[in-house]
Design a protein around this ligand. Structure first.
Ligand code: PEP
Ligand code: MN
Length: 359
C-alpha cells in the first residue's frame, strides 16, 4: 500500500468513527428533546449552546482554527434541534405518522375524505329565510347537501353587517331540515358554542380565529365536526398546531380549510396556497377543503381554482352562492348567483369525472 492509500484508509476510518459519534450525539439530543418536552422547556437554549462553543474553544488544539470548529459544531447543534423538532411533530395526534389512515368526516350522507370531491356551498352570510331557501333549493337540484352560511360574521369594520346571530342559525337549521341538508356555520365566541350545537352540524372556526386557542379547545370538547380555516398569515406548521388543539381535547372530526394567505399580491384577495393541500394531506390524516371564494375574492377564478383544488387532491371545495350578490350584505363581489352556480357546478362535475372523482 502506498503512503497515500494508507492515509486515505485512515481518513475513511476516522470519517466513519465521526459518523458513529455524530449519530450517537443525535440520539442523546433526542433524549434531551423528550425530557424538555415533558418538562415543557424550550428546545433552543442559547446559554447551553454558548457553553458548548466555549468548551470547544478551550479544548481546540488545532490544526483547525476555533472559528472553523465552532462553525461546524453550530451546524451539528442546528441538526440536533431539527431532530428534536421532527420527533415532536411525529408525536402530534393529527400527524399522518401517528395515524397512517385517512380520517373520514361524515356529515349527513357525505363522507369527506373518502376520495371523492364534495362541495360546501351557501351564502356568505345568512340574511333572510327566503335567501337561504333559494340557495338551498338550487344546491339540492345539483345534488349537494352541505350548506354553509354565516350567522356570526367576523367583519373587518365594526360598522359592517355583523350577522343575524342566533336568528341566523335558526334559519339555517329550518331550511336544512326542510331540504335534507347539513349546516356549516362559524362560531366566533366560545360562549355561543353550547347553544350553537343545537343548530349546526359542523362548527366552522374562521381564519381570524385560528389562533384563538380557547375557542379551539371549546370546539375540541364538542362531538361535532369542526371545519378549521387557515389563519390569514398562518404558516402550515401553525395551522397544524391549531388543529392539534382541537384533537387534543378528544375531537378528531376535523376538516382543514385552505382559504388563501396574505401576501404582497393584490391581483387576488388572498393568495391561494395550492401546495398546502398535498402538504397537509401528507403531514396529517385529516381531510382538506379549499375555499375558492375567500382565497381568490374573484368570481372569474372560482372555476379554475376549483379544478386545481380537485386535481391536487382536495377532499372538498367551498364557495359562496347568493340569490342576488349585488345586494348581498357581505362579499357581494365574489358570490355566485344561482345561474352562475349552476354553470359552475355543471362544469365542475364534468371535470371531477375526468379526474375520476365523483362529486
Ligand atoms: C367565511 O367562510 O365565512 C369566512 C369569514 O371566511 P374566512 O374565515 O376564511 O375569512
Ligand atoms: Mn364571505
Amino acid at each position: 500500500m502506498s503512503e497515500l492509500e494508507l492515509l486515505r484508509a485512515k481518513i475513511e476510518k476516522t470519517t466513519l468513527q465521526m459518523l458513529e459519534l455524530f449519530n450517537e450525539r443525535g440520539k442523546i439530543a433526542q433524549e434531551i428533546g423528550k425530557l424538555k418536552e415533558m418538562q415543557g422547556v424550550k428546545r433552543f437554549d442559547p446559554i447551553q449552546e454558548r457553553k458548548l462553543l466555549n468548551l470547544l474553544a478551550e479544548h481546540n488544539d488545532g490544526p483547525f482554527d476555533t472559528t472553523t470548529v465552532q462553525h461546524v459544531f453550530k451546524e451539528i447543534i442546528k441538526a440536533s434541534l431539527e431532530l428534536q423538532k421532527d420527533d415532536n411533530r411525529k408525536a402530534l395526534l393529527v400527524s399522518r405518522k401517528k395515524k397512517p389512515e385517512d380520517t373520514i368526516v361524515s356529515i349527513l350522507n357525505e363522507n369527506i375524505g373518502d376520495g371523492n370531491a364534495h362541495f360546501i356551498m351557501g351564502p356568505c352570510a345568512v340574511e333572510s329565510y327566503e335567501q337561504v331557501k333559494t340557495v338551498a333549493q338550487a344546491m339540492k337540484k345539483q345534488g349537494l347537501t352541505l350548506m354553509r352560511g354565516g350567522a356570526f360574521k367576523p367583519r373587518t369594520s365594526p360598522y359592517d353587517f355583523q350577522g343575524l346571530g342566533l336568528d341566523g342559525l335558526k334559519i339555517l337549521r329550518q331550511v336544512a331540515d326542510e331540504e335534507g341538508m347539513a349546516v356549516i356555520s362559524e362560531i366566533l365566541d366560545p360562549n355561543d358554542m353550547e347553544v350553537a350545537l343545537d343548530y349546526v352540524d359542523v362548527i366552522q372556526i374562521g381564519a381570524r380565529n385560528m389562533h384563538n386557542f380557547e375557542l379551539l379547545k371549546v370546539a375540541g370538547a364538542t362531538n361535532k365536526p369542526v371545519l378549521l380555516k387557515r389563519g390569514l398569515s398562518a404558516t402550515i406548521e401553525e395551522f397544524i398546531y391549531a388543529a392539534e388543539y382541537i384533537i387534543a381535547q378528544g375531537n378528531d372530526q376535523i376538516i382543514l380549510c385552505e382559504r388563501g394567505i396574505r401576501t404582497y399580491e393584490r391581483a387576488t384577495r388572498n393568495t391561494l396556497d395550492i401546495s398546502a393541500v398535498p402538504i397537509l394531506k401528507k403531514e396529517t390524516h385529516l381531510p382538506v377543503v379549499v375555499d375558492v371564494t375567500h382565497s381568490t375574492g374573484r368570481k372569474d377564478l372560482l372555476l379554475p381554482t376549483t379544478k386545481a383544488a380537485i386535481a391536487v387532491g382536495a377532499d372538498a371545495v367551498m364557495a359562496e352562492v347568493h340569490p342576488d350578490p349585488a345586494v348581498a350584505l357581505s362579499d357581494s363581489a365574489q358570490q355566485m348567483d344561482i345561474a352562475e352556480f349552476n354553470a359552475y357546478m355543471d362544469e365542475v362535475k364534468e371535470f371531477a369525472k375526468v379526474v375520476q372523482k365523483s362529486p
